[in-house]
Design a protein. Structure first.
Length: 245
């Protein structure tokens, strides 16, 4: 019960926090990620622009005023194929994910729509507020939100978004895909490909006999990323059902 109380309080506190705070926390988080897990993208600028344009075409089909400010950034990754959103609207897509799905514009649009859902619902800020609960209350009282920056390492190192947050983001992905005339089944393809990739990675670890391995770094450090934990049957079933006429 207390767990749900903290979540509810976090949602209420976030509503009182200006969006400019999201942007400041997002910048801090991106600086940490770039120093630890990401390097500049090696994708050709034309390919980046093609993928960015495909996503923006899909987003343009959504109702006016429903799309939060956002920016798509490309990075090469030290933690494999992934995508994630930061507070303030930065959405990071890794070269490895683009390669994994064969640069499929529709699949990538679905993944990015999921991440935009996290931005729209301010899930990243909710996570920061949850892990700095006392600091958040103090920030609201005195109007100084700098203390929330202390929550950035916890945001990046947590186990991941709540199941409810993932459901909300999945629903946003379906809405965006449908608005753009794309079948939600593309997300089934994505999750199946991620599952296959994880199995191949696990087989590789077994063959190499790496007993010291601690697993995929994304599991332990970048819990907010879409491929940081296996897609479960419920999520695949959700997108399969959404794809039915």
């Amino acid at each position: 019960t207390n767990h749900w109380g903290v979540r509810g309080a976090a949602g209420g506190a976030v509503a009182l926090i200006p969006h400019s705070v999201d942007a400041a926390i997002g910048r801090e988080a991106l600086a940490s990620i770039d120093g630890e897990l990401m390097t500049p993208s090696k994708l050709p600028p034309e390919q980046q622009q093609t993928l960015r344009a495909a996503f923006e075409r899909a987003v343009a089909a959504l109702p006016a005023g429903s799309v939060p400010p956002h920016e798509l950034l490309f990075r090469a990754s030290k933690v494999g194929p992934n995508a994630f959103a930061l507070p303030g609207g930065s959405i990071i897509l890794t070269d490895e994910l683009v390669q994994l799905v064969g640069s499929d514009e529709q699949v990538i649009t679905g993944v990015l729509a999921h991440e935009l859902g996290h931005v729209r619902h301010r899930h990243g800020m909710r996570a920061v507020v949850q892990v700095t609960a006392l600091g958040a209350v103090a920030s609201l009282v005195v109007g100084d939100f700098s203390g929330l920056l202390a929550g950035v390492p916890a945001l990046l190192g947590q186990a991941g978004y709540s199941r409810d947050a993932e459901r909300e983001a999945d629903a946003e992905a379906v809405s965006t895909l449908r608005a753009a005339g794309i079948s939600p089944r593309v997300m089934v393809r994505f999750f199946e490909r991620i599952v296959q990739w994880r199995e191949e990675e696990a087989q590789g670890d077994k063959k190499s006999g790496d007993k010291e391995s601690q697993g995929d770094p994304a599991d332990s450090w970048l819990g907010i990323a879409i491929a940081s934990h296996p897609a479960d049957a419920e999520r695949i079933r959700f997108f399969e059902n959404a794809a039915r006429p």
